[in-house]
Design a protein around this ligand. Structure first.
Ligand code: ADP
Ligand code: ASP
Ligand code: MG
Length: 457
């Protein structure tokens, strides 16, 4: 079997869903299981509706829900027969009635709990998977809806729940495998799950890729296909550098670094379940289904290229901790890390000097509280609106003077922190968020103007 995951842009309207049906049909003999995201921008709208409700803005919240109801109904109507629509339209209406009740409930309580937020946001994937299933049936595909909440078992950390691979494998074998054996095409929403007790959860933004990898791993898929709106993993974000090249093959390790440091095309955790089972992952373009895409494999073939790609992760805060007396002292860094840990805040880049520790975290609401805790032991400053830029490639290990070349290419752009990962396959530095587009263009020009045709398109 294979897993085919279609991202939000690939299911954004009736024409897009129709295109995915064609792609799935072409692969029916490989026994596909389809994982879909919410239609594009729906997750953002649901989060906004939940937030508005929590802040008591009843009309705003309901207005957002009304807009989504119209969009889903119109899409469904375009895709299915009138008999199918009689049922599907009623079902969608019913779902939106319950969503509106839920939003009113949140207004009444006056607070949006993480648990309610997950419930609100789950409508995106649930509705989309229903529409896609019926659209496939209407196109002669024997497809069956699978409720992701029965398969994607997670812990109870709402908003960023951690999937439980053993439970998922068990459920997938019991609930999904029989459908595949009966030559059905199961369709499941990504991103959402539930605890063993049935409380709805979500596994982090962009998490449908992760869902696809987990279920693919649980069912020993032959391949996991991530269908999106670009030709594959590119040398940099094509929205910033239109002359970005497609990467034909990357290693799991390179893809993981890229994804972690902002290459949005793939969720960071995706590659892990796949790499553990040696399942190839392909990134493909649903707008150009015959383009080859990017293949992610355990070991990428040798190439002449120093770098495979450049990624940038915005909304980074630098925290500077100065404690002249304490730094050399045993256990000081541990104390610092424990404080971040207590606030569930993970650190990306760290650099230390004689008297200070600088580190970066994703900008988040916990930072003032973290700073207050740190101030008990040191002087603390923090500044948001920074970005991590990361150059990735397995040949970095063997290339001399690489940092010098990178900083020459950056020219007058001010670099605030530098680190070379322990894995030695990335060079990472921190700059101001506003400098990102220019930095990416300069680096791309310096390192990707002439490329090895065996690795890049
Ligand atoms: P989906 O809805 O399919 O999940 P995403 O928006 O999550 O799509 O990811 C695809 C987008 O990722 C592309 O449209 C592209 O702008 C962006 N992107 C950022 N960095 C890269 C990169 N290195 N290669 C390809 N796409 C990238
Ligand atoms: N719909 C979710 C999001 O927008 C999950 C995903 O698209 O992968 O984050
Ligand atoms: Mg995505």
């Amino acid at each position: 079997m294979i897993v085919m995951k279609f991202g939000g842009t690939s299911v954004t309207d009736a024409a897009a869903i129709d295109r995915t049906a064609g792609i799935v049909k072409g692969r029916v003999e490989r026994c596909p299981l389809v994982v879909v995201s919410a239609m594009s921008r729906v997750t953002d709208a649901l989060l906004a509706a939940g937030k508005a409700a929590g802040e008591g803005q009843r009309e705003n919240a309901l207005e957002l829900a009304r807009g989504l109801r119209e969009r889903h109904l119109a899409t469904a109507q375009e895709l299915v027969s009138s008999e199918q629509y009689a049922r599907l339209g009623a079902d969608i209406d019913h779902e939106f009635n319950t969503l509106e009740e839920l939003l009113k409930g949140i207004v009444a309580v006056g607070e949006l709990s993480p648990r309610s937020s997950d419930y609100v946001v789950s409508y995106g994937e649930r509705l989309c998977s229903k529409i896609v299933t019926e659209a496939y049936v209407a196109r002669g595909i024997r497809s069956t809806l699978v409720d992701a909440r029965k398969v994607m078992i997670t812990d109870a950390q709402h908003g960023k729940a951690i999937p439980q691979p053993d439970a998922i494998e068990h459920r997938a074998k019991n609930l999904v495998r029989p459908l595949l054996d009966a030559a059905q095409v199961p369709v499941m929403g990504g991103f959402i799950g539930a605890t063993e007790q049935g409380a709805q959860t979500t596994i982090g933004r962009g998490g449908s890729d992760f869902s696809a990898a987990l279920i693919g791993s649980g069912l020993d898929a032959e391949a996991i296909e991530i269908w999106t709106d670009v030709d594959g993993m590119m040398t940099t974000d094509p929205r910033i550098c239109p002359d970005a090249h497609r990467i034909r093959v990357v290693s799991f390790e390179e893809a993981a670094e890229l994804a972690y440091f902002g290459a949005k095309v793939l969720h960071p955790a995706t590659v892990l379940p796949a790499v553990q089972k040696n399942i190839p992952v392909l990134v493909l373009n649903s707008l150009r289904p015959y383009s080859e895409g990017t293949l992610i494999v355990n070991r990428a073939p040798k190439s002449k290229a120093t770098f495979k790609a450049i990624a940038a992760k915005k909304r980074i805060t630098i925290v500077e901790i100065v404690a002249a007396r304490m730094l050399g002292a045993h256990g000081f860094l541990k104390t610092i890390f424990d404080i971040f840990d207590k606030h569930h805040c993970s650190i990306d880049v760290v650099s230390t000097s004689e008297v200070s520790v600088s580190l970066t975290v994703d900008s988040n609401e916990a930072i003032p509280a973290i700073a207050a805790d740190l101030e008990k032991i040191a002087d603390v400053k923090y500044a948001g609106r920074n970005a991590i830029v990361c150059l990735v490639g397995e040949n970095i290990r063997e290339t001399p003077q690489i940092a010098a070349r990178v900083f020459t290419a950056l020219g007058d752009i001010n670099v605030r922190m530098i680190s070379q990962g322990a894995s030695e396959i990335n060079i990472t530095f921190v700059i101001r968020e506003d400098d990102v587009p220019e930095a990416m263009r300069r680096l791309h020009k310096a390192f990707f103007t002439e490329v090895d045709p065996e690795v890049f398109d």
